[in-house]
Design a protein around this ligand. Structure first.
Ligand code: NAD
Ligand code: MG
Length: 300
């Protein structure tokens, strides 16, 4: 990593990343970072680790791309070994993230599979524990978001898949991981501004994100006495493949960021420090909290 600035460099947040211009692009399936026609910034050339997660073992879902990839890069540079989980069609993105983890001098492993399948979720956790030799950070970050303008057009299959990916998988993976988490371990779930101020065309998705907030607040109280902290990161609009793969109407993509007080899209790189903070002992008294990283959009 050789750049003149890193995440600690003071900058005007309104003009940062001005060179990245999200376009009206559509991708099939879950989309790839490799195919974003103006690549997102995941901190590859800027994130500077300072040993904040030295020796930790992390499983991050949906970490082949977008926010999860930025978190994986940051965790590795902070000294953690990392298993990234993703869909088989995302192997190209996943291999690049694994290479970046290894470049940071850490162990990086990939496990492909569909987390809407309970058996895969259990196998994923077992494989991660096996590869890492334990587990003490779980980041439930994978997500499905498909906009549908008319409520009547949300198919039963979409409703089911959105809930399976965003809520059921979180339940299955967390349940499987718990027996392995010693005191000091942390669970971090990714929700969304949509959990607070839902868009009319994201009824199913927004509902799952509110569920994640509530799930996390309830579980956090139950696990705190065991020394396991549960917290949430709630992003605003972040330039990732999910957005180009039906997350928002294609034609709206250039303008989505202008709805925030900062007036621009966020980049995955700007999310990573929040996940590092919540995973590290610096946040030892932070439990059941939702940390919004959303460019200034108010949450109720
Ligand atoms: P992304 O497309 O880069 O990541 C989402 C990942 O979810 C995919 O890479 C994929 O690996 C995984 N995934 C989806 N369905 C899966 C399945 N059935 N099995 C296994 N893995 C599956 O997009 P992102 O924006 O970085 O999304 C990460 C998280 O951030 C999601 O939970 C998303 O809801 C949340 N989020 C994103 C935004 C945003 O604006 N991009 C805003 C708020 C919340
Ligand atoms: Mg992906």
């Amino acid at each position: 990593m050789t750049t003149s600035h890193d995440q600690y460099t003071f900058q005007d947040p309104t003009t940062m990343f001005a060179d990245i211009e999200p376009s009206a692009q559509y991708q099939e399936g879950s989309g790839l970072d490799a195919k974003l026609d103006d690549p997102a910034d995941r901190g590859e050339s800027t994130y500077r680790g300072t040993g904040r997660l030295a020796g930790r073992k992390a499983l991050i879902t949906g970490a082949d791309s977008g926010i999860g990839a930025a978190v994986a890069i940051a965790y590795a540079r902070e000294g953690a070994d990392v298993v990234i989980a993703y869909l088989p069609e995302e192997e190209e993105d996943a291999q690049k993230v694994i290479a970046l983890i290894e470049e940071a001098g850490q162990k990086g492993f990939g496990i492909a599979g569909d987390i809407t399948d309970a058996a895969h979720c259990r196998a994923l956790v077992a494989a991660a524990v096996d590869k890492l030799g334990g587990l003490d950070i779980l980041v439930n970050n994978a997500g499905k978001q498909q906009h549908v303008e008319e409520f009547a057009d949300i198919s039963d299959d979409q409703f089911d898949e959105t809930f399976k990916t965003n809520v059921y998988a979180l339940f299955w993976i967390t349940k499987a991981a718990l027996p392995h988490l010693a005191p000091g371990s942390t669970i971090i779930n990714t929700s969304s501004i949509q959990g607070y101020t839902p868009s009319p065309n994201l009824v199913d998705y927004a509902t799952t994100k509110a569920a994640i907030n509530t799930f996390s607040k309830a579980l956090a109280q139950q696990l705190a006495p065991k020394g396991i902290r549960v917290n949430v990161v709630a992003p605003g609009p972040i330039w990732t493949p999910l957005q180009t793969a039906g997350g928002q109407p294609t034609e709206s993509l250039p303008d989505v960021g202008s709805e925030t007080p900062l007036g621009r899209w966020g980049q995955p790189a700007e999310l990573a420090p929040a996940y590092v903070f919540l995973a590290s002992p610096e946040s030892s008294y932070v439990v059941g909290e939702t940390l919004s990283v959303n460019g200034g959009m108010p949450t109720p």
